[in-house]
Design a protein around this ligand. Structure first.
Ligand code: SF4
Length: 111
């Protein structure tokens, strides 16, 4: 009985030794210079109509009725400062970053 607990604890410790570095490597791969950049395929990005470049927003996009090319993440009230070169943090995408030139349908002007 006791040896089973020891074996289980030992097995977990061995697993942690191998899994922890893999997690660190994975994070490094995803975000070499900050939080990972939101991709167009991201479900939240799709839901809010996020584009990495405000100039790519189609005029007939259903979520872009009030869009103009002057609107971008860099001048959105929801932007939270630099997340790396050309990137900013946005609470819409926790743990990820958006392009300074990006845009989504919840853009609002700085006041
Ligand atoms: S809320 Fe603002 S900063 Fe965030 S993705 Fe949309 S436009 Fe960019």
């Amino acid at each position: 009985m006791s040896s089973e607990k020891t074996l289980t604890r030992r097995t977990l410790l061995k697993s942690a030794v191998f899994v922890a570095p893999a997690g660190v490597i994975g994070c490094t791969t995803l975000s070499p210079d900050g939080e990972p950049l939101v991709q167009a395929t991201d479900p939240v990005a799709r839901a809010v109509g996020y584009f990495a470049n405000t100039g790519d927003v189609p005029a007939d996009h259903p979520l872009a009725a009030t869009h103009s090319v002057e609107q971008k993440c860099a001048n959105c009230i929801h932007g939270r400062g630099s997340a790396g070169p050309g990137r900013i943090e946005c609470p819409t995408f926790p743990g990820r970053s958006v392009s300074e030139d990006g845009w989504c349908s919840i853009w609002a002007p700085l006041i």
